[in-house]
Write a protein that binds this ligand. Structure first.
Ligand code: 6PG
Length: 238
């Protein structure tokens, strides 16, 4: 599903509607709704919009698809951004928020700790990939998504849930491609004309996943791409 919106506000409203529609059916089927948050700047207004909704918070579990390797009170923290925009403004039970551990000084050990936490939560064995209900993703102007950057090792990991990403030497924790692709629904939010060159490649038949990581995201469930006109122009022209 590809949809282009004249404004970011309309994109945010649509993203919220897609998410809200999936909460009750997930709770009906599995007793809970699992939502994976993206970082960066685009999703913040979506989190602010979700904070105004009256949601069954006791049945909603929040995870992160990637995290800069900084403390939650650091300005770069994806956890910190989501807490300020939404999670700490409403009455989520503390146990329903599952941040990526970044307090150690060993990203690999912390990636294994988060992987073990997911395996326990979903009751899956090593090698099994749990299916999250909705995974939110952004896309960088280099076509990275989560913290899967072009030509990095994390992009090739197929036997783990969580890997250590690397952005210009800075460690990141990230969901792996197979974990993202197990989702019931993946929702990309992409805004800004600076994303056009990457989008052209991501939607081209011949481009390489190692160079354009978002191409690797082919979930077994639904795949939504929501663009503002600045970003999505490149697709409507073709
Ligand atoms: C992060 C994000 C990252 C983000 C893209 C797009 O930790 O930075 O998870 O993958 O989604 O960089 O960022 P914008 O949405 O701010 O353009």
């Amino acid at each position: 599903n590809i949809e282009v919106f004249p404004s970011r506000d309309q994109l945010v409203e649509r993203a919220k509607a897609i998410i809200l529609d999936k909460i009750a059916p997930a709770i009906e089927a599995r007793g809970r709704f699992t939502l994976v948050l993206a970082g960066g700047g685009t999703p913040k207004p979506l989190y602010e919009a979700l904070a105004t909704e009256n949601l069954p918070l006791d049945k909603i579990h929040i995870f992160w698809g990637d995290e800069r390797y900084v403390a939650p009170d650091h300005p770069d923290s994806n956890e910190g951004m989501a807490r300020l925009a939404w999670l700490d403004c409403v009455a989520f039970p503390a146990d329903n928020i599952h941040p990526m551990p970044t307090a150690g000084n060993d990203p690999l050990a912390d990636s294994r700790q988060y992987e073990a936490e997911l395996q326990r939560f979903f009751q899956v064995s090593p090698g099994e990939f749990p299916a999250f209900d909705v995974i939110l993703l952004g896309m960088g102007d280099d076509a990275h998504t989560a913290s899967l950057f072009p030509h990095t090792e994390a992009l090739q990991v197929r036997d783990r849930l969580i890997a250590v990403g690397n952005k210009a030497g800075q460690p990141r924790l990230t969901f792996t491609v197979p974990l993202i692709n197990q989702a019931e629904c993946v929702l990309f939010l992409v805004t800004g004309a600076n994303k056009q060159p990457a989008l052209t490649q991501v939607f081209a038949e011949t481009a390489d996943e190692m160079a354009y990581p978002s191409r690797a995201i082919q979930p077994q469930g639904e795949l939504w791409w929501l663009f503002d006109e600045a970003a999505g122009q490149v697709l409507t022209v073709n």
